[in-house]
Design a protein around this ligand. Structure first.
Ligand code: GLA
Length: 306
């Protein structure tokens, strides 16, 4: 293989299920990701078990710009709610742009990948995962308005560790109620709407707390987000609720479910010296860092490009 692209997974700090209604999200790209080694070919030949449909959809959405032979390696767990599908789509899209000489802006590319995912998986997912994988920055969280695509980066404090805990429940959005939630929201169901309104306010409160270095404020904000996802949006599970409680008992000062729900992961915040204890609550876990998105990892990419 002659070239490679690496696309990171993501953890959404707050702003859950807000992307597809044009709300605010605050994700980070993480150090775990997907690497695609590739070379030119006549067709699309990818050694990516389970990823063929997604890769083909990305290829179609980009207008089949080039053929590609590729091999995928990942240290990002698949299907755990850490944006593995989005990262895979982004890696494939960047490789195809490279081979086909396409110059697509990061947000256009994120939308292309989102359309590909909707087409391939039949789930009306938002743009959170792809945008985070492309636009993440080291040491910063991405504040994105999914309605206007306006975005900026918010500094993440060095003295707050981010711990991700995997419930082990696989969420498989296709089989889940993700599409139902979106329809209920669009139909104006008061409980679903209330979650979106309160969650949007919580994203703003989180950004304000980060900008004022008021970390103590994050505990109640994360708790309210989790409660709203559990009670108003009804996408949490007893396993996720128990994991949030376990993280808090182990010394985290904030914890909530992250991602689409129905399984997947919990995100917890802790003082760095407590991070390992929180990570060690008995399930698979990672201490993650806000990391460079796929665009800025690229050789020769210019820092200001995003
Ligand atoms: C999944 C989707 C995202 C977003 C989250 C919930 O990860 O892929 O678009 O809707 O759920 O915030």
């Amino acid at each position: 293989m002659t070239a490679s692209e690496r696309a990171p997974g993501r953890v959404n700090l707050i702003g859950e299920h807000t992307d597809y209604s044009g709300g605010l999200v605050l994700p980070i790209a993480i150090q775990l990701g997907i690497t695609l080694s590739f070379e030119p070919a006549d067709n699309l030949e990818l050694d990516a078990p389970g990823g063929e449909r997604l890769a083909r959809a990305v290829w179609e959405e980009l207008g089949r710009p080039a053929g590609l032979r590729g091999r995928v390696e990942a240290d990002l767990p698949q299907g755990a709610g850490l944006g593995s599908s989005g990262a895979f789509e982004v890696a494939v899209a960047l490789a195809l742009c490279e081979l086909g000489g396409l110059d697509v802006s990061p947000l256009e590319l994120a939308q292309t990948c989102q359309r590909a995912e909707q087409r391939a998986l039949g789930v009306p997912s938002g743009i959170l995962d792809q945008a985070a994988s492309l636009l993440g920055r080291s040491g910063r969280a991405l504040l994105l308005d999914c309605g206007t695509f306006e975005h900026r980066w918010v500094a993440w404090p060095d003295d707050v560790a981010i711990v991700v805990l995997d419930s082990g429940q696989r969420h498989w959005l296709e089989a889940s109620a993700y599409g139902d939630r979106r329809r209920e929201l669009e139909a104006g169901d008061p409980q679903r709407v209330r979650h979106i309104e309160t969650e949007t306010a919580r994203v703003r409160e989180t950004v304000a707390a980060l900008e004022h270095e008021d970390m103590a404020a994050l505990g109640p904000i994360f708790a309210a987000s989790h409660a709203s996802l559990r009670d108003d949006y009804e996408v949490s599970t007893p396993a996720l609720d128990a994991l949030v409680a376990a993280a808090l008992s182990a010394g985290a000062f904030a914890a909530r479910m992250t991602g689409g729900g129905f399984g997947g992961c919990v995100v917890a915040l802790a003082e760095p010296e407590r991070a390992e204890v929180v990570r060690d609550v008995g399930v698979r876990g990672w201490v993650v860092r806000p990391s460079e998105g796929a665009i800025r990892r690229r050789t020769g990419s210019t820092p200001g490009r995003a």
